[in-house]
Design a protein around this ligand. Sequence first.
Ligand SMILES: *Cc1c(COP(=O)(O)O)cnc(C)c1O
Length: 432
Amino acid sequence: MRYRSTSGKAPLTSLRSAVLRGLAPDGGLYMPVEIARHSPEELEEFRRLPFTEVCYRVVRPFAGAEVPDEMLWQIVSEAINFPVKLVSLSPGMHILELFHGPTLAFKDFGARFMARLMAYFVREETRPLTVLVATSGDTGSAVAHGFLGVPGIRVVILYPSKRISEAQEKQFTTLGENITALEVAGTFDDCQRLVKQAFSDSALNQRAFLTSANSINIARLLPQMFYHVAAYRQLPVASVPLIVSVPSGNFGNLTAGIFAKRIGLPVARFVASTNVNDVVPEYLRTGEFHPRQAKATYSNAMDVGSPNNFPRLIDLCRNRLDNVRKEIWGHPATDEETLAAMKMIHERFGYIADPHTAVGVLGWEAYKREHPEPSQGLVLATAHPAKFAEIVQRAIGSAPPLPDRLAAYLKRDKLSLPMSNAYEDFRRFLLD
Ligand SMILES: *Cc1c(COP(=O)(O)O)cnc(C)c1O
């Protein structure tokens, strides 16, 4: 499979180079040149075959001849080694729990797959590949766990000292092995600046083999098709259209949903469920796209003012607003609505939703109000409620049970190294 840039000015390239580059040289995002549909017979088989086998069949065409069959099989089976659970709150409303991976959020799918694919692509390099990540919290842990123990790759995570929660910090600073956490005396913006400066330092890049692992990487997007397959396998067969509500920030998750629809999975429409950072719902309403500074909310993994997968989203709709509107309906929610929804979901269904999932439920309910014709709703549950225990406590009056995995990290010692916010210090560290 060849990959093209959404900006259309970069040459077609291989999956390997799309994955190691991240961003295309013309500033666009990489897209496969074609997305093939599976036949109805094969889709029917998807319900019966083992999940790993189906994931493998879904991603196989996107890798083409570049990754041998056995290797791709190994990558898929190692990456997706945790379940996707469907919980039906009512006959017409289902929750798809994507948070049973090591960091209790859906980003585990993308990070684990990307790490293993990158390791394969750099297997013959003599220099170790260094993955640089600046994090304000959750991306750091998903990426760190994704790459933990993967040979030939080291990960350097920069995070702002004293500006993230202890639970977040402990999840990626206690790992050791090939994961180094740098506790930067500065802000998240300082961390991002240091990483950017390193990538644009050509002398440094000749001596060190650097790459990034951010959410625009095509290798993070492809495995996010897997859970739409998981939903398709577990949902009761129904004659009414399926509406999928996706709690969204950078819109990688929703974009992957459209990929899944293009390969043939039956989804009638997606709901772009956001918090007050509503650039995309606003675009759907007015036709105008105005990125702006993000505002802080309870669903902080979606505090994105400039959604970076937007070019892919509209590319999949041939860059036409009317097509985008046919595919996606948008709904923003405030923090007050989110808290009230968490309380309602708990009282009515006995289910504890994290704030992101609650935003997804609000999107589905709003859709249903405006489209009363028969349909069933699927809400993607993107994070485990224990990751947002304080907000859950405020909404339902008690804290959610802490999963053993999270509790174990809290007991471990932090191994991060202190770093100033001066580029020279960071550069010296990378060359050591
Ligand atoms: C990253 C994240 C999102 C947003 O996903 P996008 O692909 O950026 O739209 C939603 N919920 C949680 C918990 C996340 O970590």
